[in-house]
Design a protein around this ligand. Structure first.
Ligand SMILES: Cc1cc2nc3c(=O)[nH]c(=O)nc-3n(C[C@H](O)[C@H](O)[C@H](O)COP(=O)(O)OP(=O)(O)OC[C@H]3O[C@@H](n4cnc5c(N)ncnc54)[C@H](O)[C@@H]3O)c2cc1C
Length: 402
């Protein structure tokens, strides 16, 4: 039986971040994905400051991703129709858009450069989490054993199912739709977020890409009342709203069909680890429940799993406990705050009031922009252990490249 230091299932941001971190420290890592890269992933392609800081640490630079777009201007629209214009700080990149087909392929390339044995087009079909090792059955490869396995296999995590840990009927906290489009209005250069009254606390977006294109879409919280078909029917209605059409411009032309996918955002209830198996990214339901953004959280949890392993695999229960502690330290209070804010923002009046407050002056707009894009953890203000000298004043990622 083939043996390696670590097996990683899934080559999205979570799996690649773990592979790069382990590989750079000389570990023999096998990363398996059922897809062949470049592969698309249904996503808004938006990168928060958190995601950008993690990507910079992994050695990814904007020039490696052909259709990277660094965002400087953001437009928010409140449910009552108030337009709020945020200008992101110019020292570094605080928000960007990168098509997932390109971003994920670049990360997989970086994993290969770090020494990872990446095998594409192979599926995990069985897993045994034994006292002495973990064994993975991989179609077309056979059985591989390792002291530890990282499950980075997304929302439907086959690893979770194969270990008997899946919740029956779990469909994620959000459901989101996206489509690429040619745009000629301000959406060609600005990032738009529309808090539409019928989507709250969800929103519609247009994230700019180079060459007069954009990733447009919307996300809604799954509250048990909306059916997926009804959510899909909202899409053509949204695209007829005058303020959205105005931003997209007269030459707006959708490309292909829109796609939809669930978003898991329940880090407080997810199984983060079972003995020698650590769950990361969407498989750990790590997405921010306030915004549905999960690339930064996927990169972060992938790195945390790798760092836990680098600390020594040792006794499996202790390994699992160390990983759980690390994830909770970085994400649990933020998740709780996001959950509270989500409930509040479901009310139109609160959403209008919050955006009026944001729009009070330059300082509130600037500070909110940093908070919205997770320059600091969501709940940083109430967790003094995470304060630092340059709190909300540090330069953005890639400030050296500008
Ligand atoms: C419509 C939509 C819009 C979104 N917009 C944003 C956004 O703008 N910004 C943001 O930060 N987040 C966004 N998200 C969330 C984001 O897409 C996810 O949180 C992120 O992709 C999670 O990364 P991951 O590495 O955990 O999982 P994934 O990217 O899903 O990767 C999982 C990998 O596992 C592989 N895999 C699955 N099963 C197997 C198997 N049996 N064997 C081998 N491999 C397997 C898959 O092929 C895949 O490559 C959005 C989500 C949706 C649905």
């Amino acid at each position: 039986m083939e043996r390696v230091d670590a097996i990683i299932i899934g080559g999205g941001p979570a799996g690649s971040a773990a592979a790069i971190t382990l590989g750079q420290r000389g570990n023999h890592v096998l990363l398996v994905d059922k897809a062949t890269f470049p592969r698309d992933k249904c996503c808004g392609d938006g990168l928060t400051t958190l995601a950008l800081r993690e990507l910079e640490t992994l050695g990814l630079t904007p020039s490696m991703v052909p259709n990277w777009f660094s965002v400087a201007d953001v437009r928010l629209r409140s449910p009552s129709g108030r337009d709020v214009h945020l200008t992101l700080p110019r020292q570094g990149v605080f928000a960007a858009t990168a098509p997932r087909a390109e971003l994920d392929a670049t990360l997989v390339d970086l994993a290969i450069k770090a020494g990872t044995d990446v095998r594409q087009g192979h599926r995990l079909t069985g897993v045994r989490n034994l006292p002495g090792e973990v064994q993975a059955d991989l179609d077309g490869i056979g059985t591989v054993a390792a002291p530890v396995l990282i499950a980075a296999d997304g929302m439907w995590s086959p690893t979770r199912k194969l270990l008997g840990l899946a919740d029956d009927g779990y469909l994620g906290e959000w459901h989101a739709f996206r489509q690429y489009a040619a745009v000629t209005g301000e959406a060609a250069s600005h990032l738009f977020v529309w808090f539409e009254p019928d989507l709250l606390p969800g929103y519609a977006w247009s994230f700019p890409l180079p060459g007069g294109r954009a990733n447009i879409g919307f996300g809604v919280l799954r509250d048990g009342t909306r059916k997926i078909q009804e959510m899909g029917d909202l899409w053509p209605q949204l695209l007829k709203r005058p303020h959205i059409l105005r931003a997209l411009g007269e030459g707006f032309a959708p490309e292909g069909r829109h796609a939809a996918w669930p978003i898991p955002a329940a880090i407080d209830r997810a199984t983060l680890a079972q003995r020698r198996v650590l769950f990361v990214g969407d498989a750990a339901r790590a997405t921010d429940v306030l915004t549905g953004e999960g690339i930064g959280q996927a990169l972060l949890t992938g790195r945390l799993a790798a760092e836990t392993i680098l600390g020594g695999v040792g006794e499996p229960a202790a390994l699992a406990a160390r990983y759980r502690t690390a994830v909770r330290h970085h994400l649990l209070t933020d998740h709780r705050l996001s959950t509270l804010l989500n409930r509040a923002l479901a009310h139109r009046r609160v959403a209008n009031g919050a955006l009026a407050l944001v729009d009070r002056g330059d300082w509130t707009r600037r500070t909110f922009a940093r908070w919205m894009f997770e320059d600091e953890p969501r709940a940083a203000l109430v967790t003094p252990r995470r304060w630092h000298r340059r709190f909300l004043r540090q330069p953005g990622p890639y400030s050296e490249n500008r």
